[in-house]
Design a protein around this ligand. Structure first.
Ligand code: GLN
Length: 311
């Protein structure tokens, strides 16, 4: 690749770079190769992706091309694009990511949307939220941005993940409404519970059964944190723990809203209802693949004692 003047038809314009790279990444089996090429080139040129389209005939500088080529090489080996550029968009928010956190998935936006609607429908004016296993902070941050009176406690087993979540919270101006707790997802009762309890507990726990782990895409299993993907068991451990551990932390009539894996609806529902504390409320399909992705449960009356309520 050279940086020849624009007038030469063979110059490596953004248009030619994108076409070549899309073909190359496609041949290497990279998912959505055109999008990958655009995200990498836009970041290399410090542009928004949309701006590439008005710069189709621009010839990037030698440094920009070098950076782009280095990323393309790694992307061809299935390294996730989000880790290369250090960023991923979620719920229209640009979030910082590193290999310490799971890359936010578009299907998780279904959970965020559901909780925003739930708080509006139930007229919870200042919702108190708990996000177990927050990772990049994507769920809690998107919720706080859209629920200006809400506060959130977020937990993660990884201090590095919490640092990223904190960075993202600051980036989107919600840091002062968020507290960060280093904790295992199985240690819920040890948290400091706000007055009246949490209104909603959300979680996108590691739900991949360990026997399915090896069949995950290379870009997932070779790069993303294993502890964010699998519970090293049947994929249900965290649901059972939340179901049993959450009640004392919840407000009366509080909800538990969780993301689930493909075809996990009945197993997760059973794991949660088996605790005896919950009633099933809702299953929401994601807009991406149309699969059942989010389950919501409400705490049964009288299951939240011995907390004192102020609502
Ligand atoms: N949805 C993720 C995947 O399929 C898994 C995320 C999770 O375990 N919570 O890669």
């Amino acid at each position: 690749m050279s940086t020849q003047p624009q007038s030469q038809p063979s110059a490596w314009t953004t248009h030619r770079l994108l076409t070549w790279t899309t073909d190359h990444l496609g041949e290497q089996g990279v998912a959505e190769p055109r999008l990958a090429a655009e995200v990498l080139l836009a970041h290399a040129m410090k542009l928004r992706r949309i701006d590439l389209y008005i710069k189709f005939e621009t010839v990037p500088t030698a440094e920009e091309v070098d950076q782009f080529r280095a990323w393309v090489k790694r992307a061809a080996r299935h390294e996730p694009i989000a880790y290369l550029v250090g960023e991923k968009e979620f719920f229209s928010l640009a979030l910082t990511v590193s290999p310490d956190v799971l890359i936010p998935r578009p299907e998780t936006e279904t959970l965020v949307e559901f909780v925003i609607d739930h708080c509006a429908n139930q007229e919870i004016s200042a919702p108190k939220l708990l996000d177990m296993g927050t990772g990049s902070g994507c769920i809690a941050i998107a919720l706080l941005v859209h629920l200006p009176q809400a506060t959130a406690v977020v937990t993660d087993i990884s201090a590095q993940a919490l640092a990223i979540a904190q960075q993202n919270a600051a980036r989107h101006g919600v840091e002062d409404r968020m507290s960060f707790v280093e904790a295992d997802g199985l240690e819920l009762p040890k948290l400091r519970v706000p007055d009246g309890g949490f209104d909603v507990i959300v979680s996108n726990p590691p739900y991949v059964p360990v026997e399915d782990y090896q069949s995950l895409d290379a870009c997932v299993k070779d790069y993303e944190p294993r502890h964010a993907l699998t519970d090293e068991n049947n994929g249900l451990s965290f649901y059972a723990c939340l179901a049993n551990g959450a009640p004392p932390a919840l407000a009366s009539g509080g909800w538990l809203v969780v993301e689930i894996g493909d075809a996990q609806r009945s197993a997760v529902t059973m794991a949660i209802l088996d605790s005896g504390y919950w009633t099933f409320r809702k299953c929401v399909r994601d807009q991406v693949g149309g699969v059942e992705r989010v389950l919501a449960f409400e705490l049964l009356d009288g299951q939240d004692s011995p907390k004192i309520h102020h609502r």
